[in-house]
Design a protein around this ligand. Structure first.
Ligand SMILES: [Zn+2]
Length: 242
């Protein structure tokens, strides 16, 4: 087995195939909203692409992901896209919309002290996903679009300062999707050093901590895990050894 192709844990901004996403979670994700798929967290699959089924957005000014709820299933509703998104399913239990809505309000009203954690994966194009890290679910609203009611969930990246448990990742500044798509095209979906198409990661050429920006494609490139690790080793080697 090629050890380099085995990835035990994902880092924020890793580019992965759907198979790698499933392998990382150990669950075959069949839908976009997955409440408490693991005891400690839920999963959202999202997309900011044109023509995506739902209108997810990222508000750069407030560093907030606004995730749209999901429609009624086709077997419960004749015209899901023109109907209100449901809080309850036909049998009266909460839908995924309802479960996330309840969790967001429990936090907002102080019923739970820590926000519910949601891991987010973004679809960049067919078969290509990007791991976005852990987010806090801080609020939820029901919004009238002019045509129907939809759910909107408000999430902010979990920051290292607030980490209590080791399974949370370091959140660097998020790279906007348009930058990712531009970089993906420019670097042709390959490591810029060796041309590998496996275990790819978006890398800040000049680290964010040193003033590098995420907002321009010029400072972002694609590296494979091997070359990404070489880069971090360089940084590690300047830390004094006692
Ligand atoms: Zn490489």
């Amino acid at each position: 087995m090629n050890l380099l192709s085995f990835k035990s844990s994902l880092q924020v901004d890793d580019i992965i195939s759907y198979a790698e996403l499933v392998a990382a979670e150990g669950v075959n994700l069949q839908r976009g909203m997955n409440f408490k798929i693991k005891p400690q967290y839920s999963i959202f699959l999202m997309s900011l692409r044109k023509g995506a089924p739902y209108e997810d957005e990222f508000d750069k000014a407030t560093n907030t992901l606004i995730y749209e709820g999901h429609d009624a299933p086709k077997n419960e509703c004749l015209d899901p896209k023109n109907s209100d998104q449901p809080l309850n399913s036909k049998n009266g239990t909460l839908t995924e919309n309802g479960k996330f809505f309840t969790a967001a309000h429990a936090f907002k009203q102080g019923i739970i002290s820590e926000a519910h954690k949601v891991k987010v994966y973004e679809k960049l194009k067919d078969g290509i996903w990007c791991y976005k890290g852990y987010f806090n679910l801080i609020d939820a609203k029901i919004v009238f679009t002019g045509k129907r009611k939809v759910f909107k969930y408000f999430l902010q990246p979990v920051e290292i300062k607030k980490f209590k448990e080791k399974y949370y990742d370091i959140h660097t500044r998020l790279i906007p999707s348009e930058v990712k798509i531009e970089v993906w095209k420019r670097d042709k979906g390959r490591c810029v050093i060796c041309g590998s198409t496996e275990n790819l990661h978006y890398d800040h050429e000049l680290p964010y901590s040193k003033g590098g920006t995420s907002l321009s494609a010029k400072n972002v490139r694609i590296l494979c895990m091997k070359h990404n690790l070489k880069k971090s080793n360089k940084i590690l080697s300047i830390i004094p050894v006692y």
